[in-house]
Design a protein around this ligand. Sequence first.
Ligand code: SF4
Length: 337
Amino acid sequence: MKEAYLYKKLPGEKVQCQNCPHFCIILPGKRGICGVRENIDGKLYALNYGKAIAVNIDPIEKKPFFHFLPGSYSLSIATVGCNFICANCQNYSISQAPKPDKPVLGEDLSPEEIVKMALENNLPSISYTYVEPTIFLEYALDMMKLAKKAGLKNCFVSNGFMSEESAKLIIPYLDANNIDIKSFDDKFYRENCGGRLQPVLDTAKLMKKSGVWVEITTLVIPTLSDSEEIFRGIAKFIYEELGPETPWHISQFSGAISWKLQHLPDTSAETLEKAYKIGKKVGLKYVYTGNIPGLPSENTICPKCGAVAINRMNYIIHRHDKNGRCPSCGEDLDIID
Ligand code: SF4
């Protein structure tokens, strides 16, 4: 464990965490909403520092990043805990594990050991993922600094629910951020996730403004986040606030692997295609459907001439682009290698 980087001391040995927009006020001996930050004698500690619960080598497309180091693999790291309680969570066995005061499990791995692992496996990047990485900010930041020094890229896969202070701390070391915009309805965020929409939108704008490569993901949940109004709201926000070159991933929900929504059906291909069409109509250059392998909307298509620049079938990637440009007309495809 490590003393938290961002918190305020309050009277009566209380503390207020400054890490995410919950800004939890925590009494001595208690933890915040994420389950991994505890007030011990008037000081806030990150109990999950150096405790990796997941260490995997994943295709970068799994994050998903389609325009950042496409076709590469990324060392993917998580600790237990999360600042959200999404009913649809597929990683609930780790995201909710330590709440409210259960053991904070994980393998003891220092930031140095993780970076060494990435280098030994010739991986170009480290991804902070599976749960909201802001809840392991201290661990991630120490890794990110070492990774940057070693010439590696850093990628956050985030729900975007981080404080401005946290974001500003990581931005100098962050190369890419996939941010979930789960709905365009604050009620959904409050009821399904225990969060709020506006801070997520603010994070996405700040990241983009700061030069971090941003991709957006929306998991489309039948009856909860599958209306045309929601699709249009998200697509317009991306177009107007983040720019038409920002990729939008629209992913299929699967009830069977969700935490609390097993009663809902999987999202149909037709619904994803509806969202895809709305995104393209709004003017987004790169819209992708996810979790249904084989749909042509997984491919990167040149927005100018329509040529297929990157073929995808799940995680089998065939690149036809010429150094990030269209193989047919030479258009810049906003690819970072
Ligand atoms: S990181 Fe955890 S303790 Fe801190 S404000 Fe967010 S939920 Fe609360």
